[in-house]
Write a protein that binds this ligand. Structure first.
Ligand code: 5AD
Length: 343
């Protein structure tokens, strides 16, 4: 089977097999890469259009009781300062985002028991009452009952990345976690009606193209709605600090193939990509991606949320620039200064 045969299958709308997905992920020739990215870009345009959705994250606590080997805020890692934002501090950030027209706030933290179900429910209800914004929670593995209560309180989306579907790699990088439980969480989130967001890292130790193909098939089979794909980036002070960084090109190929396979999904151009390549987000937007996430953690805290080293703090200006550079449209809901608006 050749590249052309597989691309024909893509055009005809037939499902690709794991071997075909793997083949596409291994493509290296310049003309084939170009064809892969262009096909994904065209499919993105046909299916989800030219507007790039913009969300914003408030990373409200960097305390974490897990010790994932790759993560710069893992338990056991020396972070300059551990912090927890109060409800009022979080609300201040939420209102600021509301004022610039952002429609969805992503509340992310380490797995921190301080924010009990009661604390989170109170916060969610307050955000809904005061702003009516969409809420994405990203607070890790919880029980079915907790996910249910958070949904009932008003959370709309949940972001819990599978990181890798390879059981050996998952175990190797997550000393405290179990792949089956992570899958179970994704299944529960789906059953509960969350907009279900997942994702994986590219360039994990021992990871092959075949493993990434399995990740993509997992998204399709689980009906995942939002898929964030980023390169692994070594984080200082972690067991993986000397490991090689994941490749930008493989990340872009994974983005493109995910668009071809999963079709009508949100694919963010990830912060991790922007952190290893100044044009990373533009490149991803031109290879199948259609959303961006701002880092809106208050300046005094954000440098302590270095899940990997040299994290790029994407703000509204840099997001607008990436969207313009990629030749795409800003969402109408953003309230920008006149000079940032499209002509
Ligand atoms: N390199 C790249 N991505 C990382 N993440 C965490 N640590 C790293 C790292 N060292 C990603 C994971 C996680 C998200 C919050 O950030 O995918 O789910």
């Amino acid at each position: 089977q050749t590249f052309k045969d597989i691309m024909k299958k893509v055009e005809s709308g037939e499902d690709l097999t794991k071997d075909e997905i793997t083949y596409l992920l291994k493509v290296e020739g310049e003309s084939e890469l170009k064809a892969l990215f262009e096909t994904a870009d065209r499919m993105r345009k046909e299916i989800v259009g030219d507007i790039v959705e913009v969300r914003a994250a408030i990373e409200f606590s960097n305390y974490c009781n897990k010790s994932c080997h790759y993560c710069g805020i893992r338990n056991g890692c020396t972070v300059p300062t551990r912090y927890r934002m109060t409800e009022d501090e979080i609300m201040e950030g939420v209102h600021e985002l509301h004022r610039v027209g952002i429609k969805t706030v992503v509340l992310q933290s380490g797995e921190d028991d301080y924010y009990t179900l009661e604390v989170l429910i109170k916060l969610i209800k307050r955000i809904k009452r005061e702003t009516k914004m969409g809420i994405t929670l990203s607070v890790g593995e919880r029980s079915y009952e907790e996910y249910k209560a958070l949904k009932e309180a008003g959370a709309n989306n949940y972001l819990l990345k599978i990181e890798t579907t390879n059981p050996d790699i998952f175990k190797f990088i997550h000393p405290d976690d179990d792949l089956e439980y992570r899958r179970q969480c994704a299944q529960w989130l789906k059953e509960l009606g969350y907009v279900n967001a997942s994702g994986n890292m590219i360039g994990l130790p021992g990871q092959r193209a075949e493993d990434i193909a399995e990740d993509i098939l997992f998204y399709k089979e689980m009906g995942i709605h939002m898929i964030g794909i980023g390169p692994f980036i070594p984080a200082a002070g972690t067991p993986f600090e000397k490991y090689p960084q994941g490749s930008v090109e493989m990340t872009l190929k994974a983005v493109a193939v995910t668009r071809l396979v999963c079709k009508n999904v949100f694919i963010p151009a990830t912060t991790a990509l922007a952190s290893v390549d100044p044009d990373g987000q533009k490149k991803a937007l031109q290879a199948g991606a259609n959303s961006l996430m701002l880092i809106s953690t208050p300046p005094k805290y954000r440098s302590n949320y270095q899940i990997y080293s040299n994290k790029n703090m994407i703000d509204l200006d840099s997001a607008v620039k990436a969207i313009h550079d990629a030749g795409r449209k800003l969402p109408k809901y953003l309230k920008l200064d006149n000079n940032q608006q499209e002509e």
